[in-house]
Write a protein that binds this ligand. Structure first.
Ligand SMILES: [Zn+2]
Ligand SMILES: [Zn+2]
Ligand SMILES: [Zn+2]
Ligand SMILES: [Zn+2]
Ligand SMILES: [Zn+2]
Ligand SMILES: [Zn+2]
Length: 598
């Protein structure tokens, strides 16, 4: 088989990422569906005297020190008329319309339409035009710029005949011998890739099957004749391959369209086959996209949605989580092996007197690993071997290393556990969204307790959606906090984080505990807590708005400079090895952390 031409490389390295003249025939996702929010029931909103504020720019993050302060805020806010069209909401709507979510069928249609347009432009059959387009990474602009300036060169690189032929395949009109199997075939029984090399259908079919088995390479195959570089394109494949191979070839073609184009990205969620098309030149801007399957991911780096922190922060953090060096350090800092039975022993209290678990029960000294009975009066200061070794400087380095590793790991675990706990809480909130949403398992019971129709409960579902989104954002601030060195920024960061956290805890508690208490109080009697519902609903709606504002403020602060703090991988690596900064004070949020564990 002929190899690809020398010109191939030259073409691939050329600039070809300019804007395509793409059409817009697939519906853009609306703001609400793209950001995973449900529409409110318009009728129900009339009851809400506090106003259904979606945005309130007056709400700043530094204005409340206590839970009471936040509650005041919600009360004050309720009295204001809030302009629904302003600020944050507009910003989010703008962001969400920067991409479209496409199903497999829509992708196929998009690709065909795109190909047909280019085929018209360069007067080739669509199958050949697709080969040309693919050469330019599916950029119509790339084709436009290069085809008309040097058509011959492009034809050469793609494997089209230089004589201007537009044949994507040919059929023999005389009896010929197939030069693969050497059988003689009558007219109409053989095919070529538009060139002079005809083979029987059976040989072509096997040729295509082998190529498809090799994966995406099947899109680049050429005529089987070693001296010929004619491209084998879809028309010929559809003609000669069996249905299964032709289908797989078609799938590789769509895959190529998504994976080689700079404007498209697959949704990375397991089992999802949708793709997101960015409404610009390249998917390199940091933008969270929400797929119709519910998964959110960053268009620039492909990691899960991570607003407000940068792709760099996420990359460094995920690398840290992946590396097992921390685990190794943790083991180093916390475990030794029982000198009797070799079982790993974890030291989790200060005493040096270790007792191995049954059946061994061996008692030994943590410092010297010698039998405990040799230690006079059970005092480790009487550990002679240790004292001697210390005097000689023998144990110093190792013990120092252990204690440093312990501090380093503790600090990492502080951030990691919160990062992980917020995700667990987010998943729980998403379960509540499902249970309280349309056709949810709890919707009927809750509506009955309040004595309202089920459609009125959309505000409750929205509250949990907000909780989930806040948990997601808060989660990533811990990845950021771990790598934050600048003390000036740390103060602002921790203030933002704790304000956002407080507004979230108030919201989550109201949505979860207050609601459950009310339903329990109603004890199955329809409308038993109808009067309390009249207070509950506006309170929860306002807490939802307050939390949203706090988090949007936090996101804005990140965007306006906080996120400019350099996350240098070298610094991160050095930190793992050296003595780290002291642990953040977390006495007061320990109980909150426990709450997160569900
Ligand atoms: Zn043959
Ligand atoms: Zn050929
Ligand atoms: Zn998806
Ligand atoms: Zn990213
Ligand atoms: Zn033991
Ligand atoms: Zn000892």
């Amino acid at each position: 088989m002929a190899s690809t031409g020398d010109n191939e490389e030259e073409y691939h390295s050329s600039p070809e990422e300019a804007e395509e003249g793409g059409g817009d025939d697939v519906d853009r996702m609306s703001f609400r569906s793209a950001s995973n929010e449900s529409d409110n029931d318009a009728g129900a909103d009339d009851d809400c005297t506090y106003g259904d504020s979606d945005s309130n720019d007056d709400c700043t993050y530094g204005d409340s020190d206590s839970d009471d302060g936040l509650y005041d805020e919600y009360e004050e806010e309720g009295l204001e008329e809030v302009d629904d069209e302003g600020g944050i909401l507009d910003e989010m709507r703008f962001t969400a319309t920067q991409y479209a979510v496409l199903t497999m069928d829509e992708l196929r249609a998009r690709q065909e339409e795109h190909t047909a347009r280019v085929a018209d432009l360069i007067a080739l059959p669509p199958a050949l035009a697709a080969a040309v387009l693919r050469h330019f990474k599916w950029s119509a602009q790339g084709v436009w710029e290069r085809w008309f300036s040097d058509e011959r060169k492009v034809r050469n690189a793609v494997g089209l005949r230089e004589d201007g032929s537009a044949l994507s395949r040919a059929v023999n009109d005389a009896t010929l011998t197939c030069y693969i199997c050497f059988e003689v075939q009558g007219p109409g029984e053989m095919r070529s890739a538009g060139c002079a090399h005809f083979y029987c259908r059976g040989c072509w079919s096997g040729y295509v099957r082998t190529a498809v088995g090799d994966g995406v390479r099947c899109l680049s195959i050429r005529c089987p004749d070693m001296a010929c570089s004619a491209a084998v394109v879809r028309d010929l494949v559809d003609d000669v391959a069996d249905a299964k191979d032709a289908k797989r070839y078609g799938e590789f073609l769509v895959r190529s369209y998504v994976e080689e184009s700079k404007r498209l990205r697959w949704c990375p969620a397991a089992g999802c086959d949708r793709a997101v098309e960015f409404d610009g030149e390249k998917c390199t801007v940091q933008l969270d996209a929400w797929c119709a399957c519910g998964h959110g991911f960053c268009l620039a780096c492909g990691e899960e949605a991570h607003r407000p922190v940068s792709c760099d922060t996420v990359r460094v953090w995920m690398e840290k989580n992946r590396s097992d060096s921390e685990t190794a350090q943790w083991v180093l800092a916390n475990t030794k092996h029982c000198p009797e039975c070799r079982r790993p022993i974890e030291k989790n209290h200060g005493c040096m007197h270790m007792t191995c678990s049954p059946p061994c029960k061996h008692q030994f000294c943590w410092l010297c690993l010698g039998p405990w009975e040799k230690h006079d009066g059970g005092n480790f200061y009487n550990c002679n071997r240790y004292n001697e070794a210390w005097a000689e400087g023998k144990y110093t380095e190792e013990e120092l290393r252990r204690s440093q590793a312990k501090v380093s790991v503790d600090r990492y675990l502080h951030y990691y556990e919160r990062w992980a706990a917020h995700e667990r809480s987010r998943q729980k909130a998403l379960e509540d969204v499902a249970a309280l949403g349309k056709d949810g398992s709890q919707r009927e019971a809750v509506a009955a307790a309040f004595g309202v129709v089920e459609t009125e409960l959309d505000f409750l579902e929205e509250a949990f959606r907000q909780v989930a989104e806040c948990r997601r954002m808060l989660r990533w601030t811990y990845a950021f906090g771990y790598n934050l060195d600048d003390p000036a920024k740390r103060d602002l960061f921790e203030d933002l984080q704790s304000q956002a956290d407080k507004s979230l805890e108030l919201l989550h508690e109201c949505a979860e505990k207050d609601r459950k208490d009310l339903v329990a109080e109603a004890a199955g009697v329809r409308g038993a807590v109808a009067d309390k519902y009249l207070e509950f609903r506006p309170k929860l709606s306002s807490l939802t708005a307050v939390a949203r504002n706090h988090f949007e403020n936090m996101a804005r602060a990140f965007r306006d400079g906080l996120a400019e703090v350099e996350v240098d991988p070298a610094v991160a690596a050095r930190r793992a090895a050296a003595v780290p900064p002291p642990l953040p004070k977390d006495d007061d949020d320990d109980h909150r952390f426990d709450d997160l564990r569900m």
